[in-house]
Ligand binder design. Structure first.
Ligand SMILES: O=c1[nH]c(=O)c2[nH]c(=O)[nH]c2[nH]1
Length: 301
């Protein structure tokens, strides 16, 4: 029996960076959180402490800042690809890289004179995400969104579930349905990563998910979730797979009968926890295998 080193990766986590594009009087703000990780022949540092192959995590942090300065940030996908390509193929010991970026948004402050050129207010909690994985010449891109909170005040039912021991939930044909969507979608290997319209794809997938949430008359959150994912894949052939994680943010009807008041779906108690958690992967049955694309992405199936 021998004890050996298994898979390993290392880098700098959560490099918080704000980039200001000042090329026009109307500044463009890009606020990101970058996690840079390298994969390769790093046995020596683990086994003996010899660091001659270790590109310091501090260097990786500086590289994030430097590449933002030299090439700007057009989209988080493009920037993550540029970071990964900076290492793989450049340093012999680096065989792969994993770049994860989260982007949050600032809205322009609207003044009496219109949208302000260089003053912003923090926007919604929405987070745009990407995970780029590069193993040698093989590159994969997963894009996503988090904290997109949705609610519909009718058009949602839930009934027909089995009355097994401990069931107390009352069937309903009209309830509030609310969730906070986490979605990640993996682009098909056939997509040209150098010309992909990343902003358009993000906006379009988000719009499709919201449209389905709004328009599907829901018999379960599971049905809504599948419909959201299926429609995204139908409209976007460049996407191989989408994974969705949707907490069921329960809204319970308050019983006002003690005060002889009715409550026809008007007053709700918005529960914080526990919450249902509905998750699924929706994919093309002929999709190419995901390879390492999903490695290290926790939190849902
Ligand atoms: O849409 C729902 N799916 C469930 O699986 C479930 N379970 C539950 O208690 N309420 C709901 N709602």
């Amino acid at each position: 029996m021998a004890i050996v080193l298994g898979h390993n990766q290392y880098g700098k986590a959560e490099v918080r960076m704000v980039h200001v594009d000042r090329s026009t009087p109307q500044h463009v703000l890009t606020d990101v959180n970058v996690t840079s990780q390298l994969i390769g022949h790093f046995e020596d540092t683990h086994l003996t402490g010899a660091n001659d192959k270790v590109i310091a995590t501090d260097t990786q942090k500086n590289t994030v800042y430097a590449l933002a300065r030299t090439g700007g940030i057009t989209t988080i996908e493009e920037f993550a690809l540029r970071l990964a390509r900076n290492y793989v193929g450049t340093y012999e010991q680096v065989t792969g890289a994993r770049m994860e970026i989260e982007q949050t948004f600032w809205d322009r402050i609207t003044t009496a004179g219109g949208p302000h050129d260089h003053s912003f207010v923090k926007g919604s909690p929405e987070v745009r995400t990407t995970v780029v994985r590069k193993d040698g010449d093989t590159e994969s891109v997963i894009s996503g969104m988090e904290n997109v909170v949705l609610l519909k005040s009718t058009g949602s039912e839930f009934h027909g579930f089995p009355d097994v021991p401990y069931t107390s939930l009352v069937e309903t044909d009209d309830r509030i349905m609310a969730t906070s969507v986490t979605a990640r979608w993996r682009y098909d290997a056939g997509l040209d990563l150098d010309t992909a319209p990343w902003d358009h794809l993000y906006t379009s997938v988000k719009a499709v998910l919201l449209e389905q949430f709004a328009t599907v008359h829901s018999l379960s959150l599971q049905q809504t979730l599948f419909s959201m994912g299926r429609t995204a894949l139908e409209l976007h052939p460049e996407i191989a797979e989408i994974r969705l994680s949707c907490p069921n943010k329960h809204h319970f009807l308050v019983d006002l009968s003690a005060w002889e008041l009715d409550n026809p779906n008007v007053v709700f108690y918005a529960a914080d926890r526990p919450y249902g958690l509905i998750e699924a992967s929706i994919l093309r049955d002929d999709a190419a295998p995901a390879g390492s694309a999903w490695e290290g992405i926790n939190g849902f199936v």
